[in-house]
Write a protein that binds this ligand. Structure first.
Ligand SMILES: [Zn+2]
Length: 186
């Protein structure tokens, strides 16, 4: 149950989904330490695996950076859920050291020229968080399964996506509806 989820359709939403339900009502955090964050960032293709590997847990800033990333993640979730203001998220973004540049072409924002390995991981994550906060809120929704806490950016044309995954939550709902119909018949 500890595998990362990539159903969000957006890296910032996938980050929020690193807190998921293991069993109904019980949440598990898939980013308990800095090593997990570098693994996640590489798997999300936000950083090259070599960049993630260079930002080792032994880095003196690793613990602080872990707190920053988890803080951004949890603030983004609260903002998406309408439980926090964007200013609350901004407070977590304030310390992320970015550089504005026109020389390298888009993206115009990136890590500073002398960024250390930890910042090379946290900056792309922060940019994904900022971008996710700007998604149309009606298109960022929670899975319709009440026991599931996963969110997704609905990119379907009609905007009617209901499930994190048709094969898991969608299928379970279909089976439950089927069972109810059988019961009524008998
Ligand atoms: Zn679900």
């Amino acid at each position: 149950m500890s595998s990362f989820q990539w159903i969000g359709n957006h890296p910032g939403i996938d980050l929020v989904n690193t807190v998921r339900a293991s069993t109904p009502g019980q949440l598990v955090d898939l980013l308990p330490d800095w090593a997990a964050i570098t693994r996640w960032a590489a798997a999300a293709t936000l950083v090259e695996p070599s960049v993630g590997a260079a930002a080792t847990p032994d880095d003196p800033r690793a613990e602080e950076a872990h707190a920053v990333v988890v803080g951004m993640r949890d603030a983004l979730r609260a903002v998406l859920d309408g439980e926090a203001a964007d200013e609350d998220l901004d407070a977590h973004l304030a310390g992320v050291p970015v550089r504005l540049t026109t020389a390298t072409g888009p993206p115009w924002v990136g890590p500073q020229a002398d960024a250390d390995p930890v910042d090379l991981v946290t900056v792309p994550i922060a940019l994904a968080v900022v971008d996710a906060a700007g998604l149309p809120r009606a298109r960022v929704r929670r899975c319709a399964n009440h026991d599931c806490v996963l969110r997704f950016h609905d990119t379907t044309r009609g905007g009617r996506r209901r499930w994190c995954d048709m094969a898991t939550c969608g299928n379970r709902a279909k089976q439950a509806a089927h069972a109810r119909r059988q019961q009524r018949r008998s």
